[in-house]
Design a protein around this ligand. Structure first.
Ligand code: HEM
Length: 725
């Protein structure tokens, strides 16, 4: 990057374009550039004879096809990505010398990949799982990767346990089941013996593990890192991504149905939002801890199973990430991108978190085999936007043609080049942390409080969030077949909260064990020192942390929300038009869903295009439902089981529903019997009602909506996301 110009979001795009290929108006060729005359018939000895070995076109085409697949990622195999840029709000010079965090006019290009962890490349997006949130910053000082997740803590404290964790959660090795699911014996067997995972388990059983959209989830660097300023002063830092559209999830029943109706739900949502110009945005937040405060918390900053409550250290929002361009080619970009938590720039450094330290080894190691050799940094998506000069040479698929005969340091024949960069030239200098201590296989004492923050998370949840956690645990443990594993898990939950354990046990039809059996972690070392591995009792530093609940997230927008308008022939065209206009003015997407595809004839001779039929749509693919009037339309829909199911499910998933005029009759027809009575009696939905009825927060109904009041109420209701009452 030249010194005299500001870095721009297009820098990476322009670099990628140099590798682009566009076949428009071109002739078909072999890989050697030879023009191909016939791509329909292989070369044969006679029209009915055998194929000939000399058919180089056939051989080249089939050989290339045979080698199209590469190994999928050992974890995070299922993912989707997009390009964009990052811009800091104001200089972060007091904290870090990282150049991309100095100047608000700098737009640092980024490539961001979201993923699930457990499932294979082709698995469904809505699995209950952690989501990866990996950001590659192409800065003017080289690449910085922030390889995080959507949950701020992790299952384990030491990298040595990562292969065990992943073996336990992946499909069981004898029959390769289940796909993309933690609900099976080996996972819960492992967890029930790893009390350090209890905090993470609370998060993974919460709705955070089934996001509404990648665009509506938080991201976290998880580990404690360091920021270092130009005076060499270091502070500890935790990184956060805060979604501008707020933090929203679906419910588990929906997630399971979405997995069937649209396994690409999150991928499609990301792609379509960017295509429509509704660019996803997050703010980057940092929590800063001074070096002198390292030991002031009752947990260890190096322990990745702990977070720093925002009430103790506020999150300072320092910049914005915007995703504004879809990749041109999934394989070349999304599949071949190689993230690494060890890709740093001057001004950012590691902490001694033992999980992070192990990760620093793992990523390059796995990419060597996944991407086929040591030159994967030359793949266009992985190249920095600054030049690379070093004495590394050769290897599979080397593309750089290094000039000259010098490939060593020190040298005189090359004038000493490439030369080392001093501090003033932007050379990376590792933070000179002072270390003491013997070589030991041991953890710090503070790591052994496994339950305080799990309890903090539980105590901070709203009532519906708690209910969902209980349901999730009942589901997951209900799939476990070995009774002892269930019992051990309920015993561990009792260490977090007795009510939680009781509710889960009730669903499983077992008692809460009075006492947890034996050592909670059976991995007793050879010297038999069980104490070393036993959890300590809780030392809560805080009773509640409102920031841990999703209930208080942003609820002031319906931008990009998908609203279904249920209609059939004879639908009230004026009502449809008015509602559509109001919703779209707020940035929502409106889709007309009908019993068939084609065009509907609405009232007053209006023609209305149908977007989707009930055959391919389900209410789970939408955020809210509007039922316009029109006697004939409603009569048709009342006789359509799929239309009734659509409304009923939207209601059961607590989504906003609006109905006008005869539309109210479909709403009533679809309601479960007990709720129907409540709805019509208690709130007075009467056939001749003339006034606007706000039946409850989530259901807005009116027999006469001449002034269009329903739309305004409906928009407010959709922005609330869900109406648990
Ligand atoms: C010792 C613990 C861990 C190990 C050994 C490990 C290892 C791996 C490996 C081998 C991959 C596949 C990389 C590739 O093929 O390109 C991967 C991907 C990933 N890991 Fe980890 N991981 C660990 C912990 C974590 C943690 C704590 C986080 C979150 C903070 C995390 C976030 C990710 C993400 C987001 C990806 C996907 C990157 C992408 O989109 O390509 N991992 N990890």
């Amino acid at each position: 990057m030249g010194k005299d110009r500001t870095q721009n979001q297009n820098d990476k795009i322009q670099q990628l374009e140099r590798n682009g290929e566009d076949a428009d108006g071109q002739t078909l060729t072999t890989n050697q550039g030879l023009r191909i005359n016939d791509d329909q018939n292989s070369l044969r000895a006679g029209v009915r004879g055998p194929s000939l070995l000399e058919d180089f076109h056939l051989r080249e085409k089939i050989t290339h096809f045979d080698h199209e697949r590469i190994p999928e990622r050992v974890v995070h195999a299922r993912g989707s990505a997009a390009h964009g840029f990052f811009q800091v709000y104001e200089s972060m010079a007091p904290y870090t010398k990282a150049k991309f965090l100095q100047n608000q006019s700098v737009q640092t290009p980024v490539f961001v990949r979201f993923s699930t962890v457990v499932g294979s490349r082709g698995s469904a997006d809505l699995a209950r799982d952690v989501r990866g949130f990996a950001v590659k910053f192409y800065t003017e000082e080289g690449i910085f990767d922030l390889v995080g997740n959507n949950i701020p803590v992790f299952f384990i404290q030491d990298a040595l346990k990562f292969p065990d964790l992943v073996h336990a959660i992946k499909p069981e090795p004898h029959h390769e089941m289940p796909q993309a699911a933690s609900a099976h014996d080996t996972f819960w067997d492992f967890i029930s013996l790893m009390p350090e995972s209890m905090h993470m388990i609370m998060w993974v059983m919460s709705d955070r593990a089934i996001p509404r959209s990648f665009r509506m989830m938080e991201g976290f660097g998880v580990h404690t890192f360091r920021l270092v300023n130009d005076k060499g002063r270091s502070r500890f830092v935790k990184f956060h991504w805060k979604p501008v559209l707020g933090l929203h999830s679906v419910v588990w029943d929906e997630a399971q149905k979405i997995s069937g109706l649209d396994p690409d739900f999150h991928r499609r949502d990301l792609w379509e939002s960017i295509e429509q110009g509704a660019y996803p945005e997050w703010e980057l937040g940092i929590q800063i801890v001074e070096e002198k405060d390292e030991h002031k918390f009752d947990f260890d900053l190096l322990d990745p199973t702990k977070l720093i409550p925002e009430e103790l250290v506020p999150v300072k929002r320092i910049g914005k990430l915007t995703l504004n361009r879809n990749p041109d080619n999934f394989f070349a970009e999304t599949e071949q991108v190689a993230f690494h938590p060890g890709h740093l720039v001057p001004g950012i450094d590691f902490s001694d978190d033992p999980l992070l330290q192990g990760r620093l080894f793992s990523y390059t190691d796995t990419q060597l085999i996944r991407l086929g050799g040591p030159n994967f940094h030359e793949i266009p998506i992985n190249r920095p936007v600054v030049p690379v000069h070093n004495n590394q040479r050769d290897g599979h698929m080397r593309q750089t043609i290094n000039h000259g005969r010098v490939s060593y340091q020190p040298n005189s024949l090359g004038g000493g080049c490439p030369m080392q960069a001093g501090r003033e030239m932007g050379g990376f200098i590792t933070y000179a942390e002072t270390l003491d201590g013997g070589k030991v296989r041991a953890r710090s004492e503070k790591f052994f409080d496994h339950f305080s923050q799990a309890a903090l998370f539980w105590n901070s949840q709203s009532h519906p969030e708690k209910a969902h956690i209980v349901q999730a645990l009942r589901f997951e443990l209900g799939k476990v077949e070995v009774p002892a594993v269930r019992t051990r898990m309920v015993g561990l939950l009792a260490q977090v909260d007795k009510t939680l354990a009781g509710l889960v046990a009730q669903g499983l039809g077992i008692p809460v064990p009075a006492k947890v059996d034996g050592p909670l972690n059976l991995s007793v070392p050879a010297d038999g020192d069980i104490k070393r591995f036993q959890p300590k009792s809780r030392v809560p530093s805080l009773d509640r942390s409102p920031a841990l609940s999703m209930a208080s997230t942003v609820k002031d927008t319906i931008k990009t929300r998908r609203i279904a308008v249920l209609a059939a022939d004879g639908v009230d065209a004026t009502a449809v038009g008015r509602m559509k206009k109001a919703l779209m003015a707020e940035g929502a997407q409106v889709k007309v869903v009908a019993p068939r595809l084609g065009v509907l004839s609405g009232t007053k001779g209006a023609e209305i295009n149908i977007d989707i039929s009930f055959l391919t749509a389900g209410s789970v693919l939408f955020d809210a439902v509007y039922i316009p009037g029109g006697e004939q339309s409603i009569e048709t829909l009342k006789g359509d089981a799929k239309a009734l199911m659509f409304v009923k499910e939207a209601y059961l998933h607590c989504k906003a529903i609006a109905a006008t005029d005869a539309g109210i009759d479909l709403l009533l027809a679809a309601h479960p019997a007990q709720d129907k009575t409540a709805l019509s009696h208690a709130k007075g939905v009467q056939p001749n009602e003339r006034t606007l009825l706000r039946v409850d927060e989530g259901i807005i109904a009116s027999r006469s909506d001449k002034n269009g009041h329903v739309a305004a109420r409906f928009i407010h209701a959709i922005a609330q996301h869900r109406h648990w009452e």
